[in-house]
Design a protein around this ligand. Structure first.
Ligand code: OAD
Length: 227
């Protein structure tokens, strides 16, 4: 059975990392257009660096929860039959032991050089004076996908969706495209679809089946039924 799993901020919520659109979510405290768009970065790079520096620090301090560990186990059990896609920019899946997660919205622990395209692992703060190790330019930015930019690895993701028997969405509100449209793509190719979330979402009706509850409980229980 070929499986595609898409995760969102709800997967890491119980590790202490805030979601975006829930009560007290990041987008209730920050203006998305100021901190998560190329235009916002051009207008006030220091504000954007500070936003991602704070998120990187939080992520470094956070620990994976039972849902991350369960997905890492699922990966070990299914191998290539699982395509693990995440919208999350934290590294909690990797720290739980997963090695194949596709970070479609980029990674906090990586810096991208706007000058030469070089990427490098980055766990500390990043600012306008940070120097690219490949070309020497002071042109590093967080290696995350901003609104208005194209998510990473879409070819691989759609190829996996085309072959999927089951598509599972975990802890995502389904508000942000193209990820929000994966359930319809999966449905069109005949895959079964399952939503795992704390609460129903606006897109819940698009799924064949739903499991409600906190990811740290629902995801391990669901994984147990598969392996
Ligand atoms: P959202 O904040 O939009 O949605 C989080 C979802 O997680 C909601 O549906 C919650 O019900 C659910 N949730 C919260 N706690 C949970 C828990 N303990 N267990 C299970 N589910 C839980 O976050 P995303 O859908 O990930 O993109 O947001 C998608 C994208 O929007 C992000 O990748 C980010 C953001 O703007 C960019 O910055 C490009």
């Amino acid at each position: 059975m070929k499986l595609v799993v898409l995760s969102g901020a709800g997967l890491s919520a119980e590790s202490g990392l805030g979601t975006f659109r829930d009560k007290d979510g990041l987008w209730t405290k920050y203006d998305l257009s100021e901190v998560a768009t190329p235009e916002g970065f051009a207008a006030d790079p220091d504000k954007v660096f500070a936003f991602y520096n704070a998120r990187r620090r939080n992520a470094v301090e956070a620990q994976p929860n039972a849902a991350h560990y369960a997905l890492a186990e699922l990966e070990k059990a299914l191998g290539d039959d699982l395509t693990l896609v995440t919208q999350n920019v934290d590294d909690l899946l990797e720290r739980a032991g997963a090695t194949s997660a596709i970070h479609m919205h980029g990674e906090l622990m990586s810096a991208l050089c706007s000058e030469c395209g070089h990427r490098e692992p980055w766990r500390g703060d990043l600012d306008a004076t940070s120097v690219c190790n490949a070309c020497g330019a002071r042109a590093l930015r967080p290696d995350v996908v901003w609104f208005g930019e194209t998510p990473y690895h879409l070819d691989r993701i759609y190829a996996a969706l085309e072959e999927a028997d089951l598509f599972v969405s975990i802890g995502t509100s389904g508000e942000v495209y193209p990820a929000a449209g994966f359930v319809q793509t999966a449905d069109q190719v005949g895959a079964k679809t399952l939503e795992i979330n704390l609460a129903p979402t606006d897109g819940s009706r698009l799924f064949d089946r739903r499991i409600l509850g906190p990811a740290s409980e629902t995801v391990p229980a669901w994984v147990k039924t598969l392996i």
